[in-house]
Design a protein around this ligand. Structure first.
Ligand code: SAM
Length: 232
């Protein structure tokens, strides 16, 4: 009996830790834990994500570049930039004339970004309290990170605060089986639309961000991306 209880307890604790640390990536343990985990994973992050340059161009830089227009020369703030995935892709676009600022809470994620994109302005900051003026950015992006913010809805408000009139907000929200294991941090597409509609945004589009060349990967980890949110 004692053995059974002991094994059951060990398995239970193991599953709980797996959920908290691996699936939910520390979000219920506080911002410090999330940042600590990203600090630790930073040197391996790009390999884990298996970023492919052509796919990043095709499914990130080109659609965003199209939405911004040929002559975009404004400020783009990439919140939770991590290792600089979005800046790296955008800066490869021949016509892109804008200035990109990367923001993240993890110094080590930013250190990787600094190595791969020398000269990219990087700021260590909490997305919940961004050190930028209201209405100063033509574009604000935040990929694969809302679910890590202590209060994702308040985080979206903070992102929106930075937008200039007619600015563009691009963000993602995790869906799929693992999203269900992060209650309170992710939304259904329907709920996401409602949350966005409650912000001073217009032309809201919520679309699946599918990578046709990585169907298997996409099935594992689908996301929904409002691809053209323009502030009122
Ligand atoms: C899954 S990574 C996404 C990185 C990048 N946007 C990408 O698409 O590869 C999540 C990032 O969010 C950052 N992050 C989590 N909470 C944050 C917060 N409150 N403020 C700023 N960055 C945060 C983490 O440090 C991490 O770099």
């Amino acid at each position: 009996m004692a053995w059974t209880l002991g094994i059951g307890l060990t398995v239970g604790v193991g599953l709980f830790l797996y959920w908290q640390l691996i699936i939910a990536e520390g979000v219920y343990l506080g911002q410090k834990v999330v940042t600590l985990l990203y600090d630790r994973v930073a040197p391996r992050y790009n390999d884990i994500k298996e970023f492919d340059e052509q796919e990043e161009l095709r499914f990130l830089a080109w659609p965003l570049g199209r939405a911004l227009g040929d002559a975009f020369d404004g400020i783009l703030i990439d919140v939770a930039t991590g290792t600089g995935r979005l800046p790296a892709a955008m800066l490869k676009m021949a016509g892109f004339q804008g200035v990109i600022i990367g923001v993240d809470h993890s110094r080590r994620m930013l250190a990787v970004a600094r190595c791969s994109i020398p000269g990219l302005p990087l700021v260590v900051a909490d997305a919940m309290h961004l050190p930028f003026p209201t209405g100063g950015a033509q574009t604000v992006t935040c990929l694969e990170a809302l679910e890590f913010f202590p209060r994702p809805q308040a985080g979206l408000q903070e992102l929106t605060r930075l937008l200039a009139p007619d600015g563009l907000l691009l963000t993602t929200n995790r869906i799929g089986w693992d999203a269900k294991l992060m209650p309170g941090r992710t939304w259904s597409p329907h709920k996401l639309r409602a949350v966005l509609a409650g912000l001073p945004l217009k032309n809201i589009a919520v679309t699946p961000w599918l990578n046709i060349y990585q169907q298997v990967w996409a099935q594992k980890k689908q996301m929904w991306m409002p691809d053209k949110d323009i502030r009122a």
